[in-house]
Ligand binder design. Sequence first.
Ligand code: ATP
Length: 360
Amino acid sequence: MDYQLELTNIAKHYKNFVAVDGVDLQIAPGEIVSLLGSSGCGKTTTLRMVAGLIEPTHGTIRIQGQDMAGIPPHKRDISMVFQNYALFPHLTVYENIVYGLKMRKIRDKKVLMERAREMMDIVQLSGVENRLPRELSGGQQQRVSLARAMIVKPKVMLFDEPLSNLDAKLRERTRVEIRNLLKRMNVTAIYVTHDQEEALTISDRIAVMNKGKIEQITVPAQLYTHPATRFIAGFVGHANFFEGTVAAVQDDLVTVNTAGGHVLQAAIPQADRPAVGEAVTLVARPENIRVEDLTPDAPNQLSGRILARIYLGSTIRYLVDAGEGKELEVDLQPKYHTGLQEGDTLRFSVDPGKLILVDR
Ligand code: ATP
């Protein structure tokens, strides 16, 4: 496999502080990979090392197989899109868009016009080419910065929280647009965000970063259904955690005695099966908790007092006190459970197949 971009054991140390701690990442041509993580986990530092704006303490960065050590940013054939758009305020939309081409010594007016028109068509900016950035909406400004970055057909595009300044609705739409655009032009991209929904929408794969390391890298759906660690289960989507000790393993069923005094059964694939006595954490997504068909012999029955009822539109989320200081989130379809109120006791269960094992 020839990777478009390859990071091998990349690290950045500041005096005694390790901002990025041995990151390995291989990105195929045309692939979009997000770096997802909370503030300070090292995602921007990683991106800036790829851009050549920060020198790695150690490790290798290759673009199309070529080692980038000592190669300055403008010779790496990459484009960056920033949160603040970084447009030239005194240049028109058109001038902003063709800027990169001019820097690459393309001077032929006809060629510039043609490439710019094509790009403005794609990002839907036709008609505003003579305006200044301040005469545009935030969404339009971001599309100018996208067009400007893309027109030079870079080997890799780097995005650093590009949508943070847009309102929620526009952000949602622009995510989809960016993904479609990148796919249509077959651009390889790294996309830095702390927003899990954004990462899930835009990426082919997501690398979740924590304390300078990639904790898991996989396709969006897998991250949600098969989080490798407790951190990831909690970071991507909502999660209820049950810590405990494995009491028995029989066929495909693992029995766990939880710290809260419950007995839970989880169906765990053979390859991941823990041993008796092992400390484990089980995760239940709020939407995988059910309150129907609780026959007396059904496994994993729990109950608790409803502390709060949160209306979310398509679901209602109940915060439930399950005892021993454990608060659980239970999402139910509103049409079936209109009568439940704060203070009521909720009985519920989780199917063994819906419990996820993390942090072996
Ligand atoms: P954010 O979303 O807040 O930008 P991030 O995941 O992008 O977070 P980085 O900007 O990569 O985080 O920073 C990682 C860590 O390195 C942070 O703890 C930061 O304080 C530290 N750091 C970054 N630059 C420097 C520097 N020049 N000197 C010392 N520490 C730094």
